[in-house]
Design a protein around this ligand. Structure first.
Ligand code: 13P
Ligand code: SF4
Length: 368
């Protein structure tokens, strides 16, 4: 089934997350206190204590770079325990974060589910702002920190709650599904959320012949290609995935006809058509684990290939290196600052959080 209609952003929505004013202590810093900055010296003891972690990343981090990362890794892991905090890292985080300091790693769905199981009072989100908001929505009584509050997302900033209300007025009775890559304000206005791992099942679970699916036009196209449900979409796009072209993939195939190409559904339709497999970030990782291809192109954010390479050094990754500038704002020094100064705290209006929680929990509790 093709897309029935498409609406689009009529203006850009500057990304303006809530944060403490510069120099002002966050409520979390007042509650938990500020810790002294640990030593960041590279010495034989740090080398010894982090050697087991270097083993995990040696396929992707050269030995000459480890003395820069290791003191941060040690300091973060020590402070994390002292604070009783957990670090959640999305699959797009760099290898030293993903492999050496994270307690939970995964795609948006895995992180959303894991976060509901943690008892830790403090969550540090190594990912982008909508992910940290999802953690706060599901854990209203916990402190959620994001190491750089400017880590946005082109999809999340393509739509606001008011746009959803206008769509609802225009299509009364038509259910609305929001990709988790949206602000809490948007999640509060929709019927249910989805991730790229469960989008088709979520749309079909509603039992409607037409569904509004927002904000990613390409994920909406992908869903429409997999279901009989008629889709009304929004013209948002991921600035990382929309840059891939079918032409570049054909060049990889021309160079090596045996190469395997796997793509994220945020890519344009001709890119997905040129791919051997389409799936969420977790779906793509599982595909490589299961098929162990000799050479593979992961058509998604570049760091993910490094993280899989760290685990499967025998697989050769051909890397069109599109980095997400928002994900890359999160670094070890900023994670350490988060834990020392308890910043930046994610704050959501409780009325909005309550409504948004219904949409996220409806997705999590769906029997699929
Ligand atoms: P996943 O839900 O597949 O992890 O994707 C999130 C994302 O931001 C992709 O760009
Ligand atoms: Fe958003 Fe795209 Fe970055 Fe994912 S990769 S966080 S969708 S801009």
């Amino acid at each position: 089934m093709a897309i029935l209609q498409q609406f689009g952003p009529t203006r850009s929505h500057p990304f303006m997350p809530t944060a403490s004013a510069p120099g002002e202590l966050s409520a979390a810093a007042r509650k938990y206190g500020v810790k002294p900055m640990p030593s960041l010296e590279w010495n034989a003891q740090v080398e010894r204590e982090t050697a087991h972690l270097y083993d995990r990343v040696q396929a992707v981090i050269p030995p000459v770079e480890w003395p820069f990362f290791a003191p941060y890794v040690k300091a973060i892991n020590t402070l994390k325990k002292e604070r009783g905090a957990v670090i959640l890292a999305h699959n797009y985080q760099t290898p030293e974060i993903y492999n050496c300091v994270a307690d939970f790693v995964g795609d948006s769905l895995q992180l959303a589910v894991e976060v509901t199981k943690t008892k830790a009072p403090i969550i540090v989100q190594a990912g982008v702002h909508f992910m940290a908001e999802t953690s706060k929505i599901l854990n209203p009584d916990k402190t959620v920190l994001i190491p750089d509050v400017r880590a946005g997302c082109s999809l999340a900033s393509s739509i606001i709650g008011e746009d959803v209300r206008l769509l609802r007025d225009k299509f009364p009775g038509v259910p609305i599904v929001a990709y988790v890559n949206t602000s809490a304000d948007v999640k509060a206005e929709v019927d249910i959320c989805c991730t790229s791992a469960n989008a088709v099942q979520v749309v079909e679970s509603l039992g409607a012949d037409t569904v509004i699916f927002l904000p990613d036009q390409y994920l909406a196209n992908y869903v429409a290609s997999q279901t009989k449900v008629r889709i009304i979409s929004w013209k948002g796009a991921c600035e990382v995935h929309e840059r891939f072209t079918a032409d570049e993939l054909e060049k990889y195939r021309a160079d090596d006809p045996s190469v395997q190409i796997i793509a994220h559904p945020e890519c344009p339709p001709d890119v997905l058509e040129a791919a051997d497999y389409t799936g969420s970030t977790k779906g793509m990782i599982d595909w490589v684990r299961k098929n162990k291809p000799k050479r593979v192109v992961m058509v998604t954010e570049c760091s993910m290939a490094d993280n899989v390479k760290a685990e499967l050094p025998d697989v050769e990754f051909v890397k069109p290196c599109n980095l997400c500038p928002h994900m890359k704002r999160i670094t070890l020094p900023k994670i350490l600052d988060s834990l020392v100064y308890m910043k930046e705290e994610v704050v959501i209006d409780p009325m909005i959080a309550e409504k948004a929680r219904r949409s996220v929990e409806r997705m999590i509790h769906l029997k699929m």
